[in-house]
Design a protein around this ligand. Structure first.
Ligand SMILES: *Cc1c(COP(=O)(O)O)cnc(C)c1O
Length: 393
């Protein structure tokens, strides 16, 4: 089946795996018929008369390669509009710019560190008030809602404790109080979870992770259904200017085309690694939403297609030094920040991503000294198990 044939299939009849390859990609390049969208490495576009252009005037407000990516993203998240940015944080920054001083935001409490920093160190200074709430029990949320509440911001599963939040239940609360609901879908991707279908207003991605999938690009995105909301966000994109370049847009477009096959393997390998760790004598606890005794496992089953390749675990005795020795001795897993690439990565939250939080605070939320976080890649799983076996000893 070639892409011109697929382009004729009504988009909404396409299944997910077809959408990752063809979704939003209606036009075969009119110049030379190139199958992949060209990288339009240009800042500006010739006009025949003032205003006489082909839809693009200046690359901050629009670029054809970025547009191709934006419509692909809208397609795979079952949205109408995609808005792409230079990084995941730039995308969240654009959402917060819909608010004004005096407005309030309710957010998950064990939030991605960079998001927490953006909220507390930048936007609190502009007069926006944040409430960080454990949303595992969604009943708690309403206690924080008042007439100033404008946005609920959710991450699920959370990082690194893999807490599961019921998106549908939060969406019901948000609708009841006429508050926007944004979901950071970086950990799951639309292959596993589609928040717009569950009632969210905005889906956000750090495409740096699974969507790009090859640890070679930074990019962020928002996807929405409502055209008024989309127009406000396109305005921020143009007015604040945190856009991604055409080369980076191309890399994420290329990544998207294999998202479904990569995610399938991430999930398979994730399950095998989680089960291996769970039966290991020297492991105290494994956090992975696929376990039946994981808190809110039933919600994960309902809102996710599978359980992903992100796993955290603690070794017995809770030794900081021992955790460091383990991550240093891994050979197939690379010790690095980030996640979602084809290669397996390991991290030590207490000394890396969450080092800026005090030990007391870390212990309270479960980020103990021995906690290690894995982003399980798509290598042969036997090699990953062998690597963990030699490192844990
Ligand atoms: C990485 C990440 C971000 C930030 O994205 P960048 O592309 O690094 O700016 C936001 N949320 C989550 C869950 C992430 O993992």
């Amino acid at each position: 089946m070639n892409s011109s044939y697929c382009a004729k299939i009504k988009e909404k009849h396409m299944k997910f795996n077809t959408k990752t390859i063809h979704g939003g990609q209606q036009n075969i390049d009119p110049a030379y018929g190139s199958v992949m969208p060209p990288i339009y490495q240009t800042s500006t576009y010739a006009q025949t008369t003032p205003g006489g252009h082909k839809g693009f005037e200046y690359s901050r407000s629009g670029n054809p390669t970025r547009s191709a990516l934006e419509s692909a993203l809208a397609s795979i998240e079952n949205g109408e509009f995609g808005i792409a940015f230079g990084s995941g944080l730039a995308a969240i920054d654009a959402v917060l710019k819909l608010l004004k001083a005096g407005d309030e935001v309710i957010s998950t409490n064990d939030l991605y560190g960079g998001t927490y920093r953006l909220f507390t160190k930048i936007f609190e200074g502009f007069g926006i008030k944040f409430h960080f709430v454990n949303m595992e029990n969604t009943n708690k949320i309403e206690e924080y809602i008042n007439s100033n509440t404008k946005l609920i911001w959710v991450e699920t599963p959370t990082n690194p404790m893999m807490k599961i939040i019921d998106i549908k239940a939060v969406a019901t609360i948000a609708k009841k109080h006429n508050v926007l609901l944004g979901v950071d879908n970086t950990f799951t991707t639309p292959y596993l979870q589609q928040p717009l279908d569950l009632g969210a207003d905005i889906v956000m991605h750090s495409a740096t992770k699974y969507l790009g999938g090859h640890s070679d690009v930074l990019l962020g995105a928002l996807i929405v259904k409502d055209s008024e909301l989309a127009n406000k966000l396109y305005f921020v994109q143009k007015a604040s200017g945190a856009v991604c370049g055409p080369q980076d847009s191309f890399l994420v477009l290329r990544g998207l085309k294999t998202l479904h096959v990569r995610m399938q393997r991430h999930c398979e390998n994730g399950r095998t690694v989680a089960e291996y760790l769970a039966q290991h004598q020297k492991i105290e606890r494994v956090y992975w939403p696929g376990f039946e005794n994981h808190p809110n496992h039933n919600i994960a089953r309902e809102q996710m297609k599978d359980f992903g390749g992100m796993i955290s675990f603690e070794t017995k005795g809770n030794s900081f030094e021992r955790a460091i020795r383990i991550v240093e001795s891994l050979k197939v897993f690379t010790l690095a920040e980030s996640l979602g690439g084809v290669e397996s990565l390991a991290g030590h939250p207490a000394s890396m991503t969450h080092a800026s939080i005090s030990k007391d605070e870390r212990d309270k939320i479960g980020i103990v000294d021995s906690l290690i976080r894995l982003s399980v890649g798509i290598e042969d799983v036997e090699d990953l198990i062998e690597d963990l076996k030699q490192a844990i000893g």
